[in-house]
Design a protein around this ligand. Structure first.
Ligand SMILES: Cc1ncc(COP(=O)(O)O)c(C=O)c1O
Length: 367
C-alpha cells in the first residue's frame, strides 16, 4: 500500500521542466528563458558577504530590497510583495484569491505555471485563446469576466509567444475589469520589450487601479534565476498583506536579497543586455523567416516558431537535442508544432540555426 495523497494533489498538472541541466557546457541551453549573462562581480560579492552571516535568519522585513525597489519604481514599500521568484507570488495569488466557486481567467498558451492555480484551489479556469498572430486577445478575455472571477492574469510579453501589447490596450482592458477582480500583469520579460517601451511605462497604471499587481523578476535580464527573487508592485497594499499571510516568513535568502539590491544598481548593464538581446532577436527571427518558418513577433528574450507545420514538434525537438541544442517543445506548452527558443549567445544562436538546417534536411519538415 502506498501513501494516499489528496485529490487536489492528484489534480495539479506536473510543471514541464526543462531537461539537460546535467549535460554541462557541451549543450546550448535554449529551453528555459534564462539570461545568457551571468551575475556581475559586485553582485556575486554582495551575495558572498551575506553568506558570512548565514547562521542568522534573513531579516524578514526585507527592507533593503523593498526600499531599493521603492526608490527605483516610485512605489511605496508597503505595496511591494517579494517572493522566492515571481513564481511563488503567482502561486500565493492563487491561494489568497481562489477557492471552489470562483474563476480565474488567463490566455492560452501562456506561462505554464498558471494551470496550477485552478487545480490547486478547485476554482474554475477559463483559458482564452491567443489571436492568429499569437497575441493576447484582451477583448475576449474581458468578456469572460463574471461575478465569480477573482483573478485575471495578463502575461506581457507573453510566455511562450514573446508577443507584447502596449500600455494603452492594457489600460483599456483594466477599465473593463470590476474592482473586486485582482489583475496580475506578469511582466517577467518587460525589460526586453520595445512595445511596452521601458520598465517604467506601465507603473502609472498602479495609481489608477488598486486591484492591479505588476509582477517582475530578477530571473531574466538581471541574470539571477538561480537565486530566486521576484516581486509584485501593487496598486494598493492589499495584495502584499494577503500573500504575506499565507507564506513562511523567510521566503528570500539573505544572499538572494543582497544580490538583488546590488543588481538594481547596474542599470547600464541592463541596457547593454537588452541591446544585445534585441540585436540577436532580430537576426534569428529574420534567419528563420528567410527559411520560410512562421515566427511570432517577439518582444522578449525568446522566439516562438512553428518548426513542424504538421503539429508534431517531437521529431524536430529531438533532432535539435541530438545536435546539442535544447529548445522547448510547443506541445508541452500548449502549442503543438511550435518550439520556444531562448535567445542565447550569438554562437549558441548560430548553433541552433545550423542544427535546425541539418535536422530539417533529415526530417524533411521544412515549410
Ligand atoms: C511569464 C513568467 N512569469 C513568471 C516567471 C517566473 O519567474 P521566477 O519565478 O524565476 O521569478 C516566468 C519564468 O519563466 C515566466 O516566464
Amino acid at each position: 500500500m502506498s501513501i494516499e495523497f489528496s485529490a487536489k494533489t492528484k489534480r495539479i498538472p506536473v510543471y514541464p521542466v526543462a531537461a539537460g541541466y546535467d549535460l554541462g557546457a557541451e549543450v546550448a541551453m535554449l529551453a528555459s528563458n534564462e539570461a545568457v549573462f551571468g551575475p556581475l562581480e559586485p553582485v556575486i560579492e554582495a551575495a558572498r558577504r551575506a553568506v558570512v552571516g548565514a547562521n542568522r535568519y534573513p531579516d524578514p522585513s526585507y527592507m533593503p530590497l523593498r526600499q531599493a525597489l521603492s526608490e527605483r519604481y516610485g512605489v511605496p514599500w508597503e505595496r511591494i510583495a517579494l517572493g522566492s521568484g515571481s513564481c511563488e507570488l503567482v502561486m500565493a495569488a492563487g491561494e489568497v484569491l481562489l477557492e471552489p466557486g470562483t474563476e480565474v481567467v488567463y490566455a492560452w498558451p501562456s506561462f505554464s505555471v498558471y494551470p496550477h492555480l485552478a487545480a490547486a484551489s478547485g476554482a474554475r479556469e477559463v483559458r482564452v485563446p491567443l489571436t492568429a498572430e499569437a497575441e493576447l486577445d484582451l477583448d475576449a478575455m474581458a468578456t469572460e469576466i463574471t461575478v465569480a472571477t477573482r483573478l485575471v492574469i495578463i502575461c506581457n510579453p507573453n510566455n511562450p509567444t514573446g508577443t507584447a501589447l502596449g500600455v494603452g490596450p492594457i489600460e483599456a482592458f483594466l477599465e473593463r475589469v470590476p474592482p473586486y477582480v485582482c489583475v496580475i500583469l506578469d511582466e517577467a520579460y518587460v525589460e526586453f520589450s520595445l512595445t511596452v517601451g521601458d520598465p517604467h511605462a506601465s507603473l502609472a497604471l498602479l495609481d489608477r487601479y488598486p486591484n492591479l499587481v505588476i509582477l517582475r523578476t530578477f530571473s531574466k535580464v538581471y541574470g539571477l534565476a538561480g537565486l530566486r527573487v521576484g516581486y509584485g508592485l501593487g496598486g494598493s497594499d492589499a495584495f502584499r498583506v494577503a500573500v504575506d499571510q499565507v507564506r513562511q516568513p523567510f521566503y528570500l535568502t539573505a544572499a538572494a536579497q543582497a544580490a538583488a539590491v546590488e543588481a538594481l544598481r547596474h542599470q547600464d548593464e541592463v541596457e547593454r543586455r537588452v541591446s544585445a538581446t534585441v540585436a540577436e532577436r532580430v537576426r534569428v527571427t529574420e534567419a528563420l523567416r528567410a527559411r520560410g518558418y512562421w515566427v511570432a513577433e517577439s518582444d522578449a528574450n525568446f522566439l516562438w516558431a512553428r518548426l513542424a507545420p504538421d503539429g508534431d514538434d517531437g521529431p524536430v525537438i529531438q533532432a535539435l537535442a541530438d545536435r546539442g541544442v535544447l529548445v522547448r517543445s510547443g506541445t508541452a506548452l500548449g502549442g503543438p508544432g511550435f518550439a520556444r527558443v531562448t535567445l542565447g549567445t550569438p554562437a549558441e544562436n548560430d548553433r541552433f540555426l545550423t542544427a535546425l538546417q541539418s535536422s530539417a534536411s533529415v526530417l524533411k519538415e521544412h515549410v
